[in-house]
Design a protein around this ligand. Sequence first.
Ligand code: FAS
Ligand code: PHB
Length: 390
Amino acid sequence: MRTQVAIIGSGPSGLLLGQLLTEAGVDNIILDRVGKEYILGRVRAGVLEEGTVGLIDQAGAGARLRAEGLPHEGFSLAFDGRDHRIDLYGLTGGKRVMVYGQTEVTRDLMERREASGARTIYEAAKVTPHDFDTRLPFVTYEKDGSTHRMDCDFIAGCDGSHGPSRNAVPKSAIRVFEKIYPFGWLGILAEVAPVNHELIYANHPRGFALCSMRSATRSRYYLQCALDEKIEDWSDDRFWDELRRRLPAHHAEALITAPSFEKSIAPLRSFVAEPMRFGHLFLVGDAAHIVPPTGAKGLNLAASDVHYLFDGLREHYLDHSDAGIDAYSERALARVWKAVRFSWWMTTMMHRFPDTSEFDQRIQEAELDYLTHSRAASTALAENYVGLPF
Ligand code: FAS
Ligand code: PHB
């Protein structure tokens, strides 16, 4: 079997890259180790930058997003019992974000891919990239009791933070940078109207809380929790009571609850691998970097990687120039590190760190005070939140 671009991973990175390549007439095949329904069962991101929305449109998968997505022009920071609205639209000269679940983005891209006839091989075991430091790379995988080989020109490692692509790179050729945070996020989904029409990021002495949503009838909430917390120790009632405690009184009173239908705990970390290109293998999205979800950057960084890599591959095939793929790693990492910084800063400002010193706690309070009383500081937050230019 042969294709021009072998894509490992059918998450947002792989699907978005695959559809952009298909629309440009570049042949590609996606391999994933799990099935379609498993991928669609994962609950992850909820906020899309305008650049991400534009790429989904460019991939021909933006119709439902445009019809059902919720444009948001601001969000609130809550602390000391009060709300402080960050006017994204006013501070960024008219930019906004779109609230639309990653699950729906994935579904829309999968449907577009199937309609275009592009091929995805699900439940492919032991997917392994080979000879990517030569001009004849290939990928092997096991399926239906046989080992298969896929020859290609390039391999896009869109296989997330624990996939085979980054692990196939010799340790001497890659540098990793990591920061582990001493807490996680306990998240739930419930079929109930959100407590507020915009997102609320709350900093409370009991810990961080986030009020988000998927639609006008489906809410997504998160609570900062200790790393050793167990899902089974968190009944719905316990979750709702704790959320109320961390919100300003008027939101706590307005909160409508309902049985949760998804509950999970995700640890928080920052991670970057450098470089993001190794010969004919490119790392994309979570395969190359991880951010704490506080800044809503994970999915959006995957999209900007795809933007740079697609530009480079289109140039290679259509303009016979390798300038774009040669510049991929440097261009992608320049934006990655700015988003990693922003996500670290939002996380540090909004969470309560165990064992924090009294001095550091005062600094956090001063940061929030300055941020909500300085147009310059709020503008810096707003321009990072809506997404820096590609
Ligand atoms: P993904 O991890 O989405 O996709 C990788 C794909 O590769 C998967 O389908 C996997 O099955 C496949 N794969 C893995 N190993 C393989 C192998 N050996 N062979 C073949 N295929 C393989 N971001 C936000 O912006 N906001 C959030 O609130 C948020 N919450 C998150 C919660 C959790 C629990 C996690 C894990 C991440 C969250 N993120 C969030 C980040 C998330 O949205 C990622 O940024 C996004 O999924 C990145 O997309 P991909 O790079 O495609 O990686
Ligand atoms: C979500 O809706 O899942 C979400 C929104 C904003 C974030 C993180 C997660 O910063």
